[in-house]
Design a protein around this ligand. Structure first.
Ligand SMILES: CC(C)(COP(=O)(O)OP(=O)(O)OC[C@H]1O[C@@H](n2cnc3c(N)ncnc32)[C@H](O)[C@@H]1OP(=O)(O)O)[C@@H](O)C(=O)NCCC(=O)NCCS
Length: 225
């Protein structure tokens, strides 16, 4: 299943579904009772994003012929995908998205979406290294219309969504060095000892980014070995 913004960033055999509000088909899909229990009593916005993003994920699972099972949080909050699937979900103001791949083809998928707005200074100083800051200055000369510091944050969140389910461990923003390219690709070098998982080394990850419709998107699909 393709279409939307997210589909532009992922290989053709990854099912990508996104939604720009909470009134489309994804939002109308009912939650499983276990999921509904998890969000009973939460604020309305959290209920909407939780519901719509799971609708996106179920549409993606169905497109791949996989069971549209409940998507509950596992270790460190990473969603537990049905047998045979790997995937990732993201939501931010005005956007919800899910990507799902066949576990025989992909070891992990990590996606993130952020508003295309500069990071607050206090956050930027924790997330952006001096080397990345110097590169962002060059990127701003190339295109001043993109919040490059937020894009680095976005890429790092998508890295964490790959790293966390595969390793079960924490990764700090300072542990990843992001190199963005104007052509919509990026490379991330991990600055910590990165394990090899199922024959695939995690020390360098590559992905694609996009700035459109007031949003920044990052996506990594890590193939199996
Ligand atoms: C977990 C985290 C990455 C989520 O990112 P976010 O921008 O806050 O929120 P998003 O809407 O993009 O993503 C939320 C979804 O991510 C998924 N998620 C949560 N924890 C996760 C984890 N450990 N691994 C993979 N996916 C996770 C969930 O599906 C969640 O949605 P849900 O609660 O409705 O199920 C972020 O909150 C966080 O903890 N970051 C700190 C770690 C980090 O990013 N380090 C950088 C390393 S370079």
């Amino acid at each position: 299943m393709r279409g939307g913004l997210l589909g532009e960033l992922l290989p053709a055999d990854v099912a990508a579904v996104d939604d720009f509000g909470d009134s489309g088909p994804a939002a109308a899909m009912p939650l499983h009772p276990e999921e509904a229990r998890l969000i009973s009593g939460v604020v309305a916005e959290r209920r909407r994003e939780f519901t719509t993003v799971r609708g996106c994920a179920r549409l993606a699972l169905t497109a791949l012929g996989l069971p549209a099972a409940p998507l509950l949080p596992g270790r460190r909050g990473a969603p537990i995908w049905p047998q045979g699937a790997v995937g990732s979900m993201t939501h931010c103001r005005g956007y919800r998205a899910a990507a799902v791949g066949d576990a025989a083809r992909f070891l992990a998928i990590g996606i993130d979406a952020e508003p295309d707005e500069p990071l607050p200074q206090a956050v930027a100083s924790k997330v952006i290294s001096p080397r990345e800051r110097a590169e962002l200055t060059r990127m701003t000369c190339h295109d001043a219309g993109i919040a490059w510091d937020r894009l680095v944050f976005c890429v790092k969140e998508s890295v964490y969504k790959i790293w966390s389910p595969l390793t079960g461990s924490w990764l700090d923003y300072a542990d990843a060095d992001v190199r963005l390219r104007p052509d919509g690709t990026f490379t991330v070098r991990l600055l910590v000892q990165a394990p090899t998982v199922a024959g695939v080394g995690l020390e360098t990850l590559t992905g694609r980014w996009l700035a459109a419709r007031g949003l920044l998107l990052s996506a990594i699909a890590l193939p199996t070995g």
